[in-house]
Write a protein that binds this ligand. Structure first.
Ligand SMILES: Nc1nc2c(ncn2[C@@H]2O[C@H](COP(=O)(O)OP(=O)(O)OP(=O)(O)O)[C@@H](O)[C@H]2O)c(=O)[nH]1
Ligand SMILES: [Zn+2]
Length: 295
């Protein structure tokens, strides 16, 4: 029997089976290594439960990290949808990091610019996104106040795929999810914590399906912690696709593009083909990496 993991709480998982039914599932060992989005082989136990025997090979795996460690949180993702808004101001640093995370894991990223109904601040937000548009990232402009328009723009891009929704707080991620997958709202409230303000916040990663469009969306809380620490040098470099055409010109095959003489990337920066800001970010991310084979 096979299925897909749609929620994960410690060692307890909800798995959706091929017939559309769900099973509360668990793993045998202490270390689970199972995450939302995984396809698993399981053995049914009684009427309601199942035991996960094996995680099937993954197309990719995304991590989140805090100061202490990296932790896997979503697997088999085709598209990373990064939600930013016209208001409040989004962090360019977090957006850049999410893009690196996507590219290094071979996942296509797109940016959803939400709240375009806030016309006054729209030009400023759009201008801040120009650098990302220049990198070739698709930017889709939406407003959750225009639900039909939003669906028309997003559903064709998301269908037949598993997409991960990421966004800083207050960008409108839950509002977008609720337009796309109406049953998500009830579910989120069920699995959320009420803050002092009475506002509910998602606390767990969860996969929602819209079978009529063969579309799966993974909603995940907190984006500040998008993990890059585990990346190898090669993966970090892959996170900066605009470097690639210049790497062929590096004198050393194992160039780190930090300080080497004859480095094609450093040359391209000197000639204004690559933004120095992006190279600074490359350097910062590399310094934070803990992968042992880094240099
Ligand atoms: N004007 C406008 N407001 C919006 C839009 N989308 C969402 N909002 C508002 O923005 C605020 C934040 O929206 P949420 O959907 O809760 O944002 P979130 O990103 O899920 O935030 P967290 O729950 O903190 O993660 C709410 O007050 C929404 O009503 C939009 O398209 N236009
Ligand atoms: Zn180089």
């Amino acid at each position: 029997m096979q299925g897909r993991v749609i929620t994960a709480y410690g060692r307890h998982f909800t798995v959706k089976l091929e017939d559309g039914s769900t099973r509360q599932s668990f793993t045998k060992g202490k270390k689970t290594g199972v995450c939302v989005g995984d396809y698993v082989r399981l053995v049914l136990q009684g009427q309601e439960e199942a035991r996960i025997e094996e995680v099937l090979p993954r197309q990719n795996l995304l991590y989140r990290s805090d100061e202490m460690r990296s932790k896997q949180f979503a697997a088999n993702v085709d598209l990373l949808c990064i939600v930013v808004a016209v208001q409040p101001t989004f962090s360019e640093d977090l957006l850049s990091r999410a893009l690196v995370g996507a590219w290094s894991a071979n996942i296509e990223p797109i940016i959803l610019l939400n709240k375009i109904d806030l016309q006054q601040d729209y030009p400023h937000a759009k201008a801040r996104l120009a650098v990302f548009a220049n990198l070739g990232v698709k930017i889709i402009e939406i407003s959750t106040l225009q639900a039909n328009d939003l669906k028309q723009k997003l559903i064709p891009l998301l269908s037949h795929k598993t997409s991960l929704l990421l966004g800083q707080s207050a960008m409108g991620k839950s509002s977008i999810l609720n337009v796309l997958v109406p049953y998500a709202q009830a579910h989120t409230q069920e699995h959320s914590i009420a803050l002092g303000t009475g506002k509910h916040t998602t606390t767990t990663t969860c996969l929602y399906e819209l079978p009529e469009h063969q579309l799966s969306i993974i909603d995940s809380p907190g984006f500040q912690s998008f993990g890059l620490k585990h990346l190898s040098l090669q993966e970090v470099i892959q996170g900066f696709p605009e470097f690639l055409p210049y790497i062929d010109y590096c004198r050393f095959y194992n160039c780190t593009h930090l300080h080497e003489p004859g480095c094609g990337v450093l040359q391209a920066i000197a000639e204004n083909h690559i933004s120095p800001k992006r190279h600074e970010m490359y350097e910062r991310i590399l310094m934070e990496c803990t992968a042992p084979e880094k240099y």
